[in-house]
Design a protein around this ligand. Structure first.
Ligand code: GLY
Length: 428
């Protein structure tokens, strides 16, 4: 196959992982990133002046300027803003769903509607609008609990969810979401360990990647506030042998079919966030893009060419793609977060240590260079440290070894990523 020029939209650890995977592929001749990040410079040409990734006209301008043959959209915001639609209208192949299909993440109520039509198991849910009275809110809370799941019914980057048994905490979050003008979605709590399954989807064709598990709480033992994700491991030693197949058959394929039926076929990455309860998988949420940080671990085990897989999806040829091949063993990624994350991360702290310029060990989620050329924290989640090995224990050890050698004042990370799975404590 001929080589191709690829533009990746985004600037975080997920995009660093995508670029690393694409760079290793002989199909790639040239890589570009918008806006990208200084740490991507070894792999791609950064276009930092194109930072408005949710502006379809700007993204089109760049794609045309560099004559991109494939655009891979990392984050959800540009997808929900319709970037993929505008690029496709101009004949550019895009990996990422249309604005309408991206509503699967953009509107939790839309996702619930699709799941109801596709007969997919999910939590019971009720929308509470910002103009609901105090009595109406109290009555809605009465219909849920004792575990309250309160979601911002809009884009919140995985951070808009509060799960609590404390009614006053649930109420505070409802007020916070309402005061931002958004509706709230109250949901019943789904029992069971969580699974993130990413699928390449092209119309009705669904190809799963390896299943992973994220760790959403900020601190060890699943304590502290919800975050965008503090670390992940893949695959899942506790998942039944037919686990991925069941999720594909019971969740992802019915949803893909329903999207086609609605006239809004899905093209790109469908992220199914699930809880595996007594009855099997039930959907917690869908996202319309690769998950972060699970992608960093999942792609590190992919043996098949990434550019070919993304291009086949984007060009409607996913059904013809050879089955994906994976390395044996396990991969882990651990997030190094800045002091104060998630509430108010401190930017500007200098990061030092081994592996900062080695994407096999460290991917950059939120860093930049200061005027003295130091690598400094520039976001809440700063680095994604990687480890791989033939066992989960070995993969964890490798990741934590790298972390030991890194320094960021006030920075912190969870020490128990993948630990419960390693210790055989997760069962279904
Ligand atoms: N890992 C959570 C997310 O990507 O939303």
């Amino acid at each position: 196959m001929m080589g191709m020029r690829i533009l990746v939209i985004g600037s975080g650890g997920r995009e660093h992982a995508l670029l690393k995977g694409l760079h290793a592929d002989s199909l790639t001749t040239e890589l570009h990133a918008a806006p990208g990040a200084p740490a991507f410079a070894e792999l791609a040409t950064n276009h930092s002046e194109y930072s408005q990734v949710d502006d379809p006209a700007r993204m089109l301008e760049l794609a045309q300027k560099i004559e991109a043959e494939l655009v891979v959209v990392g984050p959800e915001v540009p997808l929900v803003a319709g970037v993929a639609d505008v690029l496709r209208e101009q004949g550019i192949a895009v990996f990422g769903p249309s604005k309408e299909a991206a509503q699967i993440e953009g509107s939790k109520a839309f996702a619930k509607d699709v799941m109801a039509a596709a007969d997919v198991a999910t939590a019971r849910a009720e929308q509470v609008s910002p103009d609901a009275s105090d009595d109406e809110i109290a009555a809605a809370l009465d219909r849920f609990g004792p575990h309250y799941v309160v979601k911002d019914d809009g884009l919140a980057g995985g951070k808009g969810v509060v799960v609590t048994e404390d009614r006053s905490v649930a109420l505070d979050h409802i007020h916070a979401v309402h005061s931002a003008g958004n509706p709230v979605l109250l949901e019943s709590f789904l029992e069971g360990p969580e699974v993130s399954l990413f699928c390449l989807v092209d119309g009705e064709t669904v190809v799963p990647l390896l299943p992973a598990q994220d760790h959403k709480r900020a601190y060890d033992n699943d304590e502290g506030p919800n975050t965008g994700g503090m670390g992940a491991y893949t695959p899942l030693p506790w998942l039944p042998e037919d686990g991925v197949e069941r999720i594909v058959k019971e969740v992802c394929e019915p949803v893909a079919k329903e999207m086609v039926k609605r006239g809004t076929p899905y093209n790109g990455l469908l992220y199914a966030g699930l809880a595996w309860g007594p009855e099997g998988p039930a959907v917690v949420e869908f996202n319309c893009r690769f998950g972060d940080p699970e992608t960093q671990a999942v792609l590190s085990l992919l043996e098949s060419p990434l550019a070919e897989a993304l291009n086949a999806t984007a060009t409607g040829k996913l059904a013809e793609l050879e089955p994906l091949k994976w390395k044996d063993g396990y991969a882990v990624t651990v997030v190094l977060a800045a002091e104060g994350y998630p509430a108010s991360p401190r930017k500007g702290g200098v990061i030092e240590g081994e592996g900062l310029d080695d994407p096999q060990r460290v991917l950059h989620a939120g860093t930049k260079l200061d005027e003295d050329n130091n690598v400094v924290a520039n976001g809440g989640r700063v680095l994604n440290v990687l480890g791989a090995g033939s066992t989960l224990a070995e993969a964890r050890e490798k990741a934590y070894d790298v972390l030991e050698g890194l320094k960021l004042e006030g920075g912190f990370y969870r020490r128990d990523i993948g630990k419960r799975a390693q210790d055989g404590e997760i069962s279904i």
